[in-house]
Write a protein of this length. Structure first.
Length: 709
């Protein structure tokens, strides 16, 4: 029953955000909502995201991040928007009906592109529904942050040893959005679906920017190209925040360009929301968002006529929204004394990087010209070639990356009425490429993973390329050649995508194919579906809810196997620890577990359980017992080791389980020796070559009592 209740609450929470986003978009767009349904779709997705993050930040700031507060507030906001819109002529539902019909018309106009895209992303979504989170950064810190906030009801930095000593301070708007997908069900059942709305936002926003630049007929091709980029598809069902960041940024660009042309307050507000969401999602989002805001302000005043007073007020309002949505984590870090970006905590224990970094940073693309260019690692990263020497198997940006980047200079030669917009877009692409080549870590194969940081630039380049190409082809051949080129590129993207679909997904895909064939061949069946659509939707929802308990049991039972055998984006080392996590899932109950690994503790989240049954903590090994990483030298709390202090700290944290692990050939952490030296306190419950689990019983065990192993 708890899983069923969690599913209902999840539907209610997401439905409230979706309704609130749609109604807020109607308020901000006014009459343009019916005139431009593409802008309505982008605005609704952006507003829903902004509302979810905004409510999460507000509640988390006061330590009351609870679903019992968040859900009523989301419903109250939707009711308030409804009341403001009630006098609206034409009805509140009319724009939604127009949006549905026009979306279907666009998909029917390009059936091959639509089928390729929906098949690729649909397969990833189905995989995400049937499998637990499996991607590296998701397990390392995105989920760790959200899970701790679900348990603690706040947004305080999450304490831990390296690397959590740094990741506990990162900006995390994406993890706040993820909270809405985990808190209602108090677990990970739906976490892999959390960023699918932002996938849609990214694709639609690319089309909106393309149309703003003059692609009146070819803008859907930009949507398909961006949505089917191999890296985008691969990360669509993970908890990485790059799609979230890119989608919000592209939406901000689209509404920013609209604001440059017409000083409308709604466009300014939407641009500010997008910039703020991106800036608060990751540090690169702060750089990209700041550059976009500067470019929009610069080009807004780059004119020989006086600046309208209303434009100044709108710019101030947009910036205030951007700071409100994007500044929380940076201000929180300041309050905790680590500086807004927590640079002092970024370095690994033996290689600290205090202060502002020099450019280009060591081991960035620009700092490794021979490895990147002569050895061809940069080319492999862009095209998605797997490097057998590296654990990173991301699939690159695909062939379209090079074609559209060639079109970027053409943005400066758009028709006179579009040159200012083209200059804004070109400036952002160039800035983002410059940042990408000089800042992110690229050595040891990381460049294969970090091409995802270029998604905003790719989206803008696709949009600009389509606009420039349509201008060149409009008089002679129309847009048909662009459609054929897009189809060819998408076909290559499909071939580039990972083909190892798990066996469990194949029957579901086959069933969908059978249903599609039946609908195509039977007019009677199509007519019956249209006539009984409402009843069929209601029956589908009830059937889905009825399937939740067995689905949850399957996911829980399959978790250990998935950790041992599968991955989503990167090759992960979860197989080494899957046996211990499985033992905790079966026997750990709600007891707090101290998680320590050697040489570094990368994976804490899985020990919390699929329903977040347990607290997973790092217990200090020193008498200071400070729960702030920055309070220790180099932000490394594993210092001044004291066995006696550690034993006291374990009891203070009410720890029941001690999970100690290692990465071969490293030895087990020091706590293993301490626990083994105190058999009167610690009872060994599980062991394998890379893991041991001790129990710290709250009371002495009765003589002869055994514990399941």
């Amino acid at each position: 029953m708890s899983d069923l209740l969690g599913a209902v609450l999840t539907l209610l929470a997401l439905g409230a955000l979706g309704l609130g986003g749609y109604l807020l978009a109607l308020l901000l767009l006014g009459t343009r909502a019916e005139e431009d349904t593409l802008e309505l779709a982008v605005a609704a997705l952006l507003c829903a995201t902004g509302e979810g993050v905004g409510l999460g930040l507000a509640l988390g700031a006061v330590g009351e991040l609870r679903i019992e507060f968040a859900l009523p507030l989301a419903l109250a906001l939707a009711a308030g928007y409804w009341a403001l819109l009630k006098p609206r002529a034409g009805g509140i539902g009319r724009p939604a009906g127009l949006l549905r019909r026009r979306a279907w018309a666009r998909l029917a106009e390009h059936p091959a592109l639509a089928l390729l895209t929906l098949h690729a992303v649909g397969a990833e979504a189905l995989r995400g529904l049937l499998r637990p989170p499996l991607s590296w950064d998701s397990l390392m810190y995105h989920l760790t942050l959200t899970a701790n906030w679900v348990q603690r009801h706040d947004l305080a930095p999450v304490f831990g040893a390296y690397p959590m000593s740094y990741y506990g301070y990162v900006p995390a708007n994406g993890s706040v959005w993820l909270w809405w997908w985990m808190a209602p069900a108090h677990g990970e059942l739906y976490a892999n679906l959390a960023f699918l709305p932002q996938w849609a936002l990214l694709a639609l926003a690319a089309g909106a920017v393309a149309r703003r630049l003059g692609a009146r007929r070819s803008w859907p091709f930009a949507c398909f190209l961006v949505g089917m980029t191999p890296t985008v598809v691969r990360f669509a069902a993970t908890q990485y925040v790059d799609i979230f960041t890119a989608g919000c940024l592209l939406a901000a660009v689209g509404f920013g360009l609209s604001w440059l042309r017409r000083a409308e307050p709604g466009a300014a507000v939407l641009a500010g929301i997008g910039i703020g969401l991106a800036a608060g999602a990751k540090v690169l989002g702060l750089l990209y968002g700041g550059a976009l805001a500067a470019a929009l302000l610069l080009f807004a005043v780059w004119r020989p006529i006086p600046i309208p007073r209303r434009r100044v007020g709108q710019a101030v309002l947009a910036l205030a929204l951007a700071v409100s949505l994007g500044g929380f984590f940076y201000l929180r870090n300041l309050a905790h004394g680590v500086g807004p970006l927590a640079f002092a905590c970024e370095g690994v224990p033996h290689r600290p990087t205090p202060g502002l970094p020099r450019l280009p940073r060591p081991n960035s693309v620009a700092a490794l010209p021979h490895r990147m260019l002569v050895e061809g690692q940069l080319l492999r990263a862009f095209l998605g070639t797997v490097d057998v020497r590296s654990p990173f198997v991301d699939l690159g940006l695909g062939p379209q990356a090079f074609l559209v980047l060639l079109a970027v200079p053409a943005l400066l030669f758009l028709p006179r009425g579009r040159r200012r917009e083209g200059a804004v877009v070109a400036s952002q692409v160039l800035f983002e490429v410059a940042v990408w080549t000089t800042i992110p870590y690229a050595a040891s194969g990381h460049v294969l993973a970090n091409v995802r940081y270029l998604l905003p630039a790719l989206g803008l380049a696709c949009a600009g390329g389509m606009a420039a190409a349509e201008g060149l082809l409009a008089e002679e051949a129309g847009v048909a050649p662009l459609g054929l080129l897009t189809l060819a590129l998408l076909a290559q993207d499909v071939l580039q995508l990972h083909t190892a679909i798990p066996d469990g997904l194949r029957p579901a895909i086959a069933a969908a194919d059978v249903l599609a064939a039946a609908l195509l061949l039977s007019p009677v069946l199509r007519l019956a579906l249209r006539r009984q659509a409402r009843w069929l939707v209601a029956a589908g929802i009830l059937a889905a809810l009825a399937a939740v308990p067995p689905f949850a049991r399957f996911r829980t039972g399959d978790r250990a196997r998935a950790f041992r055998e599968e991955y989503t984006a990167h090759v992960v080392t979860t197989a080494r620890y899957a046996g211990a996590w499985n033992w905790l899932d079966r026997h750990g109950g709600a007891g707090t577990v101290d998680v320590v690994s050697s040489p570094d503790t990368f994976f804490v989240y899985p020990a919390m359980g699929p329903r977040l049954e347990r607290r997973a903590v790092h217990v200090n090994v020193n008498a200071r017992d400070l729960h702030e990483a920055a309070a220790y030298p180099l932000c490394q709390p594993r210092a001044d080791f004291s066995e006696d202090a550690w034993l006291v700290n374990l009891r203070r944290e009410d720890v029941r389980w001690l999970h100690l692990s290692r990465t071969p050939p490293f030895p087990f952490p020091r706590e293993t020796e301490w626990a083994g030296a105190h058999p009167e306190l610690f009872v060994l419950r599980y062991s394998d070559p890379n893991n041991v689990i001790y129990e710290l019983p709250p009371l002495p065990l009765p003589v002869g009592q055994r514990f399941p192993v």
